[in-house]
Ligand binder design. Structure first.
Ligand SMILES: [Zn+2]
Length: 397
């Protein structure tokens, strides 16, 4: 029979929360001007449509700033093509810099645009956004713009794997682990969480790899198509969103998985097909952003299956990382914490207890500890206060 999930895991996750609190957005990175791409970001051979125009002479003309290649894009944690609209905005911004006397400058968390160039671009982008009359187009533009700014602003400043400033790179302390081959996580991430240092969703692919934990950026058409194609292949019965859907009865992990016949779970990786992959969607954004993201998923599920998006509720609760958020995230569980809780709860369903899910949960939990330690160390080293502060909402980038 089933055993209940012991509380030690939740307690372990909570252990740091009494000691550390953080500022989310005001952890200002040193202002940076990226006049030339740093040596580590040396442009690889042209691989995107835009690269075709990025000849050396073009680069010289562009203050030495190169476009973003497919390889550079994918190094941030995805194997998707470089989204067309993001590429267009990057191209426009570089062209705009070339044509004006103002140089592109970034600073702060999330590689925000700064100075005169920001004023000039914000004006242009607001006008463009306003001119779009379709809400779908507006979302695509908003998301692509956010991603484009973050890509340009984080270049050469953040480590592409752990998304921390290069001098605080934590990669060597993260221990990778294989996720049980029947599970796939989908990190449905809000663009404002993309390349955020204190984001925990990224930890999942740092630990499990980008095939076991897939990044899907909200409002980025290419990413959403890839995700929904996978859901169609797997079928509605194998897709769950970890979110409290108040309009439908939510099932617990035990209620959903208790019915599985254990013989069917022991297929080797090469014996399973898409229909046998368990897809778990983790919403990676603030409370208010997650609500919009959930609505979007729900609408698509309804369109595709004429039915609700199946949801799972977790028995375990808070984690250390909610202190890193500007406001409590959806159920006070950070994204990585939700994955830990899910794996733990699944491990205690008897048919699932021989797949090492407890060890996999522990690997993620350890990576959360590493991230907390790194962020705390950084703040203390910089002599900054470690209290929470309201984030600013005025910037659209
Ligand atoms: Zn790193």
């Amino acid at each position: 029979m089933f055993t209940s999930v012991p509380s030690f895991r939740a307690l372990t996750i909570l252990k740091c929360s009494n000691h550390h609190t953080f500022i989310r957005t005001s952890m200002a990175a040193p202002p940076q001007t990226i006049a030339t791409p740093p040596p580590t970001m040396a442009a690889p051979p042209p691989t995107t449509a835009m690269d075709a125009s990025s000849s050396p002479s073009m680069e010289d003309h562009n203050h030495g700033r190169s476009y973003i290649s497919l390889r550079e894009w994918q190094n941030w944690g995805t194997d998707s093509p470089f989204p067309t609209q993001v590429a267009e905005i990057v191209e426009e911004m570089i062209a705009s810099e070339t044509q004006s006397d103002t140089q592109m400058k970034f600073g702060g968390l999330g590689g925000k645009l700064k100075g005169d160039f920001k004023t000039q671009e914000d004006k242009k982008h607001r006008a463009k956004y306003k001119a779009l009359d379709d809400s779908e187009q507006k979302l695509h533009f908003f998301s692509a713009r956010q991603i484009a700014c973050r890509l340009l602003g984080s270049r050469g400043y953040l480590c592409q794997k752990c998304w921390l400033p290069l001098e605080d790179c934590m990669c060597s302390r993260v221990v990778p682990c294989n996720l049980w081959h029947r599970i796939r996580f989908w990190l449905y991430m809000h663009p404002k969480d993309f390349l955020r240092q204190n984001n925990t969703g990224k930890l999942l692919w740092q630990v499990f790899g980008i095939n076991a934990a897939k990044l899907c950026l909200f409002g980025i058409a290419e990413h959403e198509e890839i995700m929904w194609k996978a859901f169609m292949d797997s079928g509605r019965n194998n897709v769950w969103c970890l979110y409290p859907n108040k309009n439908t009865p939510i099932k617990s992990v035990e209620e959903i998985f208790a019915e599985y016949i254990s013989n069917n779970l022991h297929f080797e990786p090469n014996q399973i097909n898409a229909g046998e992959t368990f897809n778990f969607i983790l919403l990676d954004g603030t409370w208010s952003n997650s609500a919009a993201m959930f609505r979007r998923l729900k609408e698509r599920a309804d369109l595709l299956w004429g039915d609700d998006l199946p949801c799972i509720s977790l028995a375990t609760g808070a984690s250390a990382m909610h202190k890193l958020r500007p406001q409590p995230s959806w159920d006070r569980t950070c994204t990585a914490g939700a994955a830990v809780a899910l794996l733990d709860e699944l491990h205690f369903v008897s048919q699932f207890n021989s797949f090492g899910l407890d060890k996999q949960a522990e690997a993620v939990e350890n990576s959360v500890d590493v991230l907390l330690t790194s962020l705390t160390g950084r703040r203390l080293r910089m002599g900054r206060s470690i209290t929470r502060r309201q984030r600013h909402h005025s910037d659209i980038c």
